[in-house]
Write a protein that binds this ligand. Structure first.
Ligand code: 4NP
Length: 147
């Protein structure tokens, strides 16, 4: 199973989803591959935002080895599930799909609603972390029998 987490900058939200799910996968001994990407190109090659690094650290998840990359159309082939943090990411990714190829793999990360962009509000990082962690646990339960 290959899962790609997508947000706008790939420095705040999707790195958290990537790091948290990767850790849960390791704990469950699942042979899954997790990655993340941004629809934007501003932060390519950078580490996650220091506020995401800090909140992840607080809960024992190390995301410091991640490096920002931009979503690429080859990701449609590589991944089984492409999960986006909000509606803009969803429509941006879908607009890159070639015909219907890959579109069926793309959906919102949350079942109901979106993960808000915390970039301009330091106080949003912890609620965003907890929201993402809760959904990652559900994803393990939902997809966990597929190794
Ligand atoms: P993210 O947050 O999409 O959760 O990584 C953002 C990070 C950077 C920018 C926007 C959103 N930016 O405009 O640089």
């Amino acid at each position: 199973m290959k899962i790609l987490m997508v947000c706008l900058g790939n420095i705040c939200r999707s790195p958290l989803a990537h790091g948290i799910l990767e850790r849960l996968v390791k704990e469950k001994n699942l042979n899954w591959e997790i990655d993340s990407a941004g629809t934007g190109n501003w932060h390519i090659g950078e580490k996650p935002d220091r506020r995401s690094i800090a909140v992840a650290q607080k809960y024992g998840v190390d995301i410091t080895n991640q490096s920002c990359r931009q979503f690429d159309i080859t990701d449609f082939e590589k991944y089984d599930h492409i999960l986006t943090m909000d509606q803009n990411n969803l429509s941006d990714v879908i607009s890159l799909a070639n015909g219907d190829d890959g579109v069926e793999k793309v959906r919102l990360f949350l079942k109901n609603g979106i993960v808000p962009d915390p970039y301009h509000d330091d106080n949003q990082f912890e609620p965003v972390y907890l929201m993402i962690e809760k959904r990652c646990k559900e994803i393990i339960t939902e997809l966990g029998s597929n190794r």
